[in-house]
Design a protein around this ligand. Sequence first.
Ligand code: LLP
Length: 443
Amino acid sequence: MLQTPGLSGKPNGKGNDNLTNEPSLTHIIPLISPKLIAPAEKLEALAETYGTPLYVYSSSIIRQRCQTLAAAFPDLPVSWLYAIKANDNPHILNLIREEGFGFDTVSYEEVLLSVKTGQRPDRIFYTENNMTDQEMLAAVDAGVILNIGSFSRLEQFARLPHTSECSIRVNPQIGDGHHAKVDTGNRDSKFGIRLDLIPEAVAMAASHGVKITGLHIHIGSGIQRPQNLTQAMKVLLDIGRALPDLQRINFGGGFPIPYRENEHPFSIQEFAQAAHPLLAEELDRRNGALVFHFEPGRWVVAPAGLLLTRVNTVKDQGRITFLGTDTGFNHLLRPAMYESYHAVVNVTRAAEPSAEEYTIAGNICETGDILAEDRMLPQTHSGDLLALCDAGAYGMTMASNYNRRSLPTEILIDDQGNDRLIRKREQADEIVDRFLRESFFTP
Ligand code: LLP
């Protein structure tokens, strides 16, 4: 692997050679990390203007990724959905909708957000997860495509007086994912209707006059072996054979992105090649009367966003040198939650060679608030700006006010290269006052 100056990361973990011992390349070619979504000077200027912590997204990268997906099955009726849980900033939803994507939603609140940001209800797929009766009724009223993942909920839905069709989520007994916590297709996961109960579920729905017009799987997030997805697709297509009323088959999301610098990227084209014959055959069988969906989230937005944070503390603890930052797992939970890797770039010194090993710590009062471990970076000082890369997905949507801290500001760099404030950080007194108000507390 070529170590890019300013880009941290040791592919083989502890004990790997310090690549900065090879100064020839790093000194001669002042490369800027390919993971930075904008020139380092631009990022410095944004941090200066808007302050840190700051999520920065690139609209052109998001658009380009949408277009890559849209071109994957040129001759098949594939209707792409975007899993809005990955990043639901309204401006980002807008631009993905403009690219022709429908939305995958997993809560009534996400349904409402999709409707209110202009998505057509018939392009909103609502995969319920322990939905309440109220949410069910509201979703029916909203006219979205309801995808039901349990036998008992399907029964309640089928008993409603005015319902005639829905989609069902199947547990294909094939799971995958970057971490056990996000493997959703395995037989012990809470998701989907048990494979052997599907015929009974369909018959039960029919007995109440409800047709199963859709089938769905989502085997997990950050799929490690794409064959698992194609295998699960076969399982779903087999089930579909017995369903005459089928209008749509949704194969879920889960396309991975390479977080590590030496990871082999998942190829949409290779996947499409493997999936094409399966889809084409089924389409033929149904004389073209079928629509296919995929619903990626991460793949669309993760590489299009980064979290900028300032180092305010450099601390030598003997065995570890910590860079203390003004963000933490309240803003980017993935490292603490899944031990996820995010590349780190010292933006201030992006052209300098890596020189020292650092662990990047957050400002949350927990030992586990570590954003990145054992990273080679240029000699870093208090005041330097760091970029946590590939943070466009499951960054801001999983952020919280833990330690009563405010959420980061969000900026979108538009197609012309202009930056736009798309969410403003609350000031310390604003967040505390809001909290007191919401708690009905009068001092
Ligand atoms: N469809 C359904 C029903 C899902 O539950 C998910 C993600 C997706 C689609 C989109 O999956 P994607 O294409 O983004 O992998 N917080 C975790 C990821 C959790 C994903 C949950 N479901 C993370 O940060 O890695």
